[in-house]
Design a protein around this ligand. Sequence first.
Ligand code: SPV
Ligand code: MG
Length: 540
Amino acid sequence: MSVISKCRQLRTLLESNELEFILEAHNGISASIVESAGFKGIWGSGLSMSAQFGVRDNNEASWTQVVDMLEFMSDATTIPILLDGDTGYGNFNNMRRLVVKLEQRDIAGVCIEDKQFPKTNSFIDGNKQPLADIDEFCGKIKAGKDSQTDDDFCIVARVEALIAGWGLSTALKRAAAYHQAGADGILIHSKSSRPDEILAFAEEWAGRSPLVIVPTKYYSTPTAALRKAGIDLVIWANHMIRTAVAAMEKTSRTIYESESLIDVEDKIASVEHIFKLQGADELSKAQDKYLAQKSDIHAIILAASRGNELYELTHDKPKAMISIGGKTLLGRLIEGLKKVGINNLTVIAGYKAEAIDIPDIEKCINDDYASGDELKTLVCAQDNFNDDMLILYSDLLFREYILRDLIETEGEIVVTVDSALDNPNMTGTPDYAYCSKDDDRPPFMQDVTLTRLSPSADAIAQPPSGYWIGMMCVRKRGRQWIEAALEELKQAANFNELILPDLLNHLIQQGRLIQVHYINGHWLDVNALIDLDRAGDFTQ
Ligand code: SPV
Ligand code: MG
């Protein structure tokens, strides 16, 4: 969809054969409200912008402060803004720079008035206000027109002759000169409460160029009369700031006097409405698109065993708490989990449970660790199971990508299998993984399922595809399978001896698909003293 530039939109408004209307705004939120109401353009009123800054309409706010505010207004809207540029904030040179800066901020046009800097609002002692020299003002218009790069950028020349008490012929003479100098429209201003002088001007002007008016004082004039007079653009010049001020005065008085919010809450915009005007919806969609989703994965970490092969190192603590390179195994594991956004951590302790003193974890205790094995430990954390969870041993050291890839692999239950069977460093009893396919990389992510885990490579005629490293990722249905399987296995006479591979084998026998994610090395299962020497690879 091609977007019509704001400059073009403003030019179309000025040059259309219909009577068009623009409404004042003075900051981003009022501008967006004006657009939402249906207006096709915005008047960047000098009076209103000064007022919202809390200063007078006498060029007390600097022009760059005005332009900065305009940028917020323009960013918040898609309709054009015609800036009330006072006198152009100086001479022709200031006008040139103003036009350049306005175009840079996507402001569609500027209206300059033929008074002297610093100006005073037209409704304050208008008669006393000196007008600009005609030639000097024409030079300013020309300088502005020569500075614009978009042909559609509009410069409207505002004639203050009627305000200053000079009468119709002066107003017409000035308007003609400004038109000649290149102005895209003439704004004829009046402080009269009747429209007579404006209507007379319009008649004499006779459509020589677009005619703009500001009927603040002659507001009771029927719009039909303005239309009939051939006016092109009406500016409702200050009604947003005045309505805001009236509302703010009323609300502040009520809150002050009642020392309560009870009388105002239902009468003011809801906080949700403010969010809407600020575009909160767009941000939340963008967050979904661009921000890494916060993980709600829970990790269930089995840390109940002593680790007998580590001898005196585990005299007073479980294997998970032995220190490697200044950090405990469990501490390192938790650090790795947190790095990938997993902060919901359950550690199932058993042997020397009190030695596990890590903050921000939930500790479940298997008091029966001496007589029970892994499944007995796992069921202790059943209340903490989640529809997205990792179940893993606490004695693992691994490269970060292994965890990341595991949680990104689809499947109700996914196990990480190391296909580097030639690993000469394997200690303890490995869990040989028999899989539906060997790891024939590439292709990288393959659809492979687990057929069986076995403590022995000879148990089945087919050679194993790798080792299960003691990590699995479980999703909603996988959790249900595991919960049901644990209930069944609890009835078995040998439940106390069952380990995680028994659980996975049980699920496979039931026809559940256990997905395999292959890796090739880059992990270590700390079982024996010799593993501590090898751990250096993972502890930098
Ligand atoms: C403004 O809105 O600042 C104007 C219009 O210049 S008026 O205040 O009516 O002069
Ligand atoms: Mg003004």
